[in-house]
Design a protein around this ligand. Structure first.
Ligand code: UD1
Ligand code: CA
Length: 483
């Protein structure tokens, strides 16, 4: 995230940084109604990854160029605009889309002359801010800096043409695949699509672009020629981490980049001491924080903001979102926890699942036990309370050591309003009971199995509300009539 100690856009060269993100292209190969840059990687829209990186650069302004699906993309990003944003996010439309140079031309009017412009693509989600800082340092407020990478197979990419033939001479041009000579196609060094360039110079070069090339497009990459002609050094910042420049064009590429990204994340967790049963079957779609000695079995998915305390164990096939799980808690397999906005809290040493469901506002104290097929929503359970089988607790306040019987439910909803159920300490609720809220079950009380309780009960009392058991002796069972 943005470093608050610096003023917006500041960097080593002193010039403010403005980021331009190109996202007007159609994304035909996604074969989707959803605009390409709104497809998700690690649970977050591709373009949000790029905006997040821009924020990490402490950008002064971020200009997003949209075309195909423009209104949908802009609507999706509303939360980042205006007073909500940590930087100034501007949308610029490019209609029609006449190439990357034409795209950046649309942004030129909203770019101040004193800045360094960093050009990114909305479909290249995993570039790291550190890499861009190094690129900005190469630009130094003066030069044209290109992010480049050597690919074994650079097909489709613009090639970096250098003086001489040893691959280390100064850069003289970028030649697009379709315009390249057979010799140029042998070049392995490719342009990543990312550059840093002084705004004042960029504007001059953009004005000189034409579309006299194989694709009839205005190529942003042609500015390299102009820089060379103007005697402005072109510097290449060559990296070897392909993930950082990988673009998404198809569902296959999206899935491959997701896997590679998750594997990288998994390795980082393991290096920090987290024990993952299988790093290939582990997904974080948000932020996960782990204390020492956390163990996570296969096929777990973490979404939103999740924290796991020391020694927490997560069984196989759990989905956990927006929750904090305290030290020593064990989440057994197939448990679904989703705190959404209210969050879920699981106390120290609690045992949850298998097959449990914790919904928003479930706040479980230490050593609480929630067993199979138990659903808890917007309820507080104090230390040592147990609901071990097939039960529902909604809008309930449950005291210490309460035992909540199998099959029991709080009837918290009267069809119009929700009401609270209070179960005081040391209460035992018999199996298959219905507690019709609002009511309070007094401390130490017992509710007989299968009772429907509609009124509060006094402390220490046994409450039974069901038909009395009766037996009719020697009762003849009906028999089938003949004929
Ligand atoms: C571009 C580069 C190429 C580089 C490659 C890296 C040019 C001419 N070529 O090629 O050198 O190796 O990226 O991936 O720049 N876009 C618009 N408006 C347009 C056209 C494109 O906003 O009119 C956006 C796209 O949505 C995309 C980005 O610009 O986000 C790049 O466009 P794309 O068509 O993928 O560029 P390439 O042809 O791959
Ligand atoms: Ca293209």
């Amino acid at each position: 995230m943005a470093n608050n100690l610096k003023s917006p856009g500041e960097n080593a060269s002193g010039a403010p940084v403005d980021v331009v993100i190109m996202a007007a292209g159609k994304g035909t190969r996604m074969k989707s109604r959803l605009p390409k840059v709104l497809h998700r990687l690690a649970g977050r829209a591709l373009v949000r990854h790029v905006i997040h990186t821009a924020a990490g650069l402490n950008a002064r302004r971020v200009v997003l160029i949209t075309g195909h699906g423009a209104s949908e993309i802009e609507a999706n990003l509303q939360d980042l605009t205006g007073a909500n944003g940590r930087f100034d996010l501007e949308f610029v439309r490019q209609e029609p889309q006449l190439g990357t140079g034409h795209a950046v031309q649309q942004a030129a009017p909203v770019l101040a002359d004193d800045g360094i412009v960093v050009v990114l693509s909305g479909d290249v989600p995993l570039t790291q801010a550190d890499t861009l800082r190094a690129l900005i340092a190469q630009c130094a407020g003066e030069y044209l800096a290109l992010l480049t990478i050597d690919f074994a197979d650079p097909t489709g990419y613009g090639r970096i043409v250098r003086q001489g033939s040893d691959g280390h001479g100064s850069v003289t041009a970028i030649v697009e695949q379709k315009d390249a000579t057979p010799e140029q196609r042998q070049i392995h060094e490719a342009y990543s699509g990312i550059m840093a360039v002084p705004a004042r110079r960029l504007k001059g070069w953009l004005a000189r672009l034409d579309n006299h090339n194989a694709q009839g497009e205005y190529y942003l990459t042609d500015i390299v020629k102009f820089a060379v002609a103007d005697g402005v050094p072109v510097r290449a910042h060559r990296i070897d981490d392909a993930l950082q420049v990988a673009g998404i064009n198809s569902p296959v590429q999206l899935a491959e980049l997701e896997r590679a990204h998750q594997l990288r994340g998994a390795r980082a967790f393991m290096e920090q001491g987290v024990r993952l049963a299988d790093p290939a079957r582990f997904d974080v779609r948000g932020t996960l924080e782990c204390a020492p000695d956390v163990e996570i079995d296969v096929n777990c998915v973490f979404e939103g903001c999740v924290t796991l305390g020391e020694g927490v164990r997560i069984g196989a096939n759990c989905v956990i979102a927006n929750a904090s799980i305290a030290a020593g808690a064990v989440i057994h397999p197939f448990t679904h926890i989703d705190g959404e906005k209210l969050g879920v809290r699981v106390g120290e040493g609690a045992l949850i699942g298998p097959f449990a469901r914790l919904r928003p506002g479930a706040d479980l104290g230490p050593e609480v036990h929630i067993g199979n097929f138990v659903e808890v929503k917007n309820s507080t359970l104090a230390k040592g309370a147990k609901a071990n089988h097939l039960a529902y607790l909604g809008d309930a306040t449950v005291g210490e050591r309460v035992n909540y019987g199998a099959g029991s439910i709080t009837a918290n909803y009267d069809g119009a309003n929700k009401h609270r159920t209070v179960i005081e300490a040391d209460v035992h609720i018999g199996s298959n009971s219905v507690l019709v809220a609002p009511l309070t079950i007094g401390a130490g009380g017992t509710v007989g199995a299968s009772s429907t309780v509609t009124k509060s009960t006094p402390p220490g009392a046994l409450t039974v509300s069901r038909g009395r058991q009766a037996s009719i002796a020697n009762w003849p069972r009906p028999v089938k009539k003949k004929g």
